[in-house]
Design a protein around this ligand. Sequence first.
Ligand code: SF4
Length: 313
Amino acid sequence: MLKLGVGACIVGSPVRYSGDAKRHNPFMDSVACVAELVAFCPEVAIGLGVPREPIRLVDENGEVRVKDSSSQTQDFTLKLQNAAQSFLQRNTDLSGYILVKGSPSCGTERVKVYNEKGNVFHHKGQGGFVSELLRIEPLLPVEDDGRLNDARIRENFFIRAYVYRDWKKLQREELTAHRLITFYSRYKYLVMAHDTTAYKEIGRLLADAGKVDIDVLTAQFIELLMSAIKDPAKRSGLTNAMQHVRGYLKRTISAIEKADVDRSIDDYRTGLVPLVVPMKMLQHLFNVHPNEYIKTQVFMSPYPEELRLRNSI
Ligand code: SF4
C-alpha cells in the first residue's frame, strides 16, 4: 500500500493555529481507501499549543527563518527541522506527502515571507518543515492540498508517488545494472508520455549501464526518472504514448477494432473525451489479445482505479 504523509489539519484534526481543521476535501476519502495516511502536524509536534499565535517566515539578511508573528524574536526553524528529520526516520517507506497551501511550516511553495520590519517581502517561501523534508529527501513527491484540486496535478502527484514507492522497494535489494534496466523497462511508455527528451536520455544512460559505477548510475537514473515525470503529461504526449501502445495490436485486432481504438485516441487528442476512454479501450483489447510486454507497462495502469484520476483529464 502507498504510504503518504499528510498535514493533520487536512484530514480533520483541529490543529490549526485558530483551533480548527481545514474544510473537508472529499477527494481525501478516496485517497484514504488506497493509501496509508500518516497525519502529522509539525507545529503541534514542536510543542506549540492549539489555538496558538500564528508563526511566519521572516527573511533575515537573505536567510529565511520561521518566527512568531507578533515580535519576530522567537525562532522555531531548528525545531521544525528536527521534526522533519525524526518524521522521516520513523517513516522510511514514505512515498509522498500532501502538504498545506500557504503554511509557514507545511507550504511547498509561494509562502509569504516577511522582512524584519514585519512587512510582506515576497511570496516565494517554502515552509520550514517541508524545506527540511526536501533537503533530506529531494525526490520525495510533495504537493499542496490546494494544488491537488487541479485534476492534472492530482493525477501526476499519484503517478510520482507510485513510481517513488516502487523505487524505494527496489532499493531494498542489491542494485545491479541489470535490475535497473529491468525496473525501467516497465516505465518506458509512462516516461514517453511525459517527456520524449528524457525518454531518450534515460535510454542512453542505461545503454552504457555496465560501464558506469553502479552508485553513480543509480543516482543519475532516479534523478532523470523523477524529473521526467515531475510535471503532468500533456495531451500530445499521452496521445503519442497511446499510439505506440496501440501499435502492439496491429496484427491481432480486426479492422473495426482498429478504427474504434484510433477514433477513441483521436477523440482524446481533440478533447472530446477524457483519458479514461481510450485507455479503457486499450486495456480491453489487451485483455482479449494479451501482450506480455504491454502487460508490464505501468502506463497502462499507474495507480488504483478507485482514484478515478483519468476520468477528469
Ligand atoms: S498546516 Fe501544517 S502545521 Fe499548520 S495546522 Fe496544518 S499540519 Fe499543522
